[in-house]
Design a protein around this ligand. Sequence first.
Ligand code: ZN
Length: 431
Amino acid sequence: MLKNYPPKIAKRENLPAYQLAGLQWTVRHAFEHSPFYRERLTSAGIGPDDISSLDDLRRLPFITADDLAAGYPFALRAADFGDLVRIHASSGTTGKRKVLCYTHKDIDDWQNMFARCYELAGLTCQDRVQIAVGYGLWTAGIGFQQACERFGALAVPVGPGNLELQTTFLIDLQSTVFCCTASMGLLLAEEVQRRGLRDKLSLKKIILGAERSSRAMLDTMRDYLGIEEIYDITGLTEVYGPGTGLSCRENNGIHYWADYYILEVLDPLTLEPVAPGEIGEMVFTTLCKEGAPLIRYRSRDLTRLMEGECPCGCFLPRHDRILGRSDDVIIFRGVNIYPGQVDEVLHRVQGIGSEYQLLLDHAPDGRDGMLVRVERVRSGDTQPDEQVVKQIVAGIKHTMLVSCSVELLEPGTLPRSEGKTKRIFDKRSFE
Ligand code: ZN
C-alpha cells in the first residue's frame, strides 16, 4: 500500500534488528558529537560499544525539556554548524523556547516521513492541500508544505486563522484537503454551516495536527463540511515536527514510523514500561537524526500502545490517540483523571455538542466537586434534559469512578478558539 514512501523494512519481524542498528548509530553519533550526551552517557557508565541488544535501551538515561532549557539554545546539537541548515523552536515550559537544529539529511528524512503520511491518507498528485497552520519558527506550516511538494500535490499555504480567506480559497481554488488544528476545523465547520457553503466545497479530507481532538468535534466536521475522511497527524518539534505518524482509514489508532524512532510508553512515575494497552508517557529515541538526536526523550504526552495487525495493511505499529499530557493528569478524590477520558464519555451521549468545560472546585461540604458544562444540541433529539444529564453522570462515574454535576448550556455558549482550547479549569489550586 505504501508504494512511494514504504517502510525501510520489508516486514514487521525485521523491525527490531533495524531499530537496534539505528540505536547503536545514534548512541555513537551522540557520544562522539555532543558534549551534552557524552557527559550524560559517561555519567551513566555507558559507552558507544555497550549497546548490543534493544534491551540496552533501558540502561540509557532519560532527557527532558529541562535539559533543553538548561543547554539553551543548542542543547542537543550533535553536528557542526557548517552541517546545520535550519532551526525550529516551540514554546518551552520555563519561558525559554525549545530550539532544535536540523541537517540537510534531517530535513530530507522528515519530508519523507511526512510524505508517507499523505500517502497513507490516500492523497494523489491531483489533490490541493490547503494548509491552515502556523509558519515561522513552528514546524507545522513548513512541514505540511514541503512534504506536500515532495509528494507532488498542490500546496495552498494560507497559514493559520483568517476564516474569511480560508472559506474563499476553499471555494475558489476547490481545495480537496484541509490541514488545521481541531479547534480551527470546528470553527470552519460551523462557519460553513452558518453560511450554507457546504455544496460549494470540494473538500474530501481533513488532516488534524497539534491538538487533541474529541470524537464529537470530528463528527461535527464530517457533518457540516460533508467530508469523507479525517486523519490525525502526530509529531513534536523535538522529533522533527508533525508527520511522524498518522491515523489510517480504519480510524483505529495512529501508525507511527518505527523505522525512524523507537517509542516507549512508560509509567510517568516509575519510568517502567506499562502493561500492554495501559496509558503511559511517550518516550522517544531517534534512529537516524543527526542535528539533534533524541535518546529517551520524555515528551509528557500520554497514550497507549495498540497490539495486533491493522486491517488497513500497514504493518508499522500503532499507538492510541494522544490522551493528554502527564502534566495535565488531574488527581481528583485520589483518582488519576486523563482529559481524554472526558472526551470519550461525552462522545457516547446523544444530544450534546462537541465543546465542554470541566470545572474542579471545593464543594461546600469540603470535598472536591466536579462540574461538567456542555452544550445541548436538539437537532432530531427528543430526549428530556434530565435524561442527558443522567447519561453524563453515569458515564463519568463508570469511566473515572467519580461523581460530577452537569450544567447544560445553549448551543454556541462556550468559547471557541482558533488555536488550542482550554477546557479544564482547576480552581482548587487557588485556595
Ligand atoms: Zn491502519
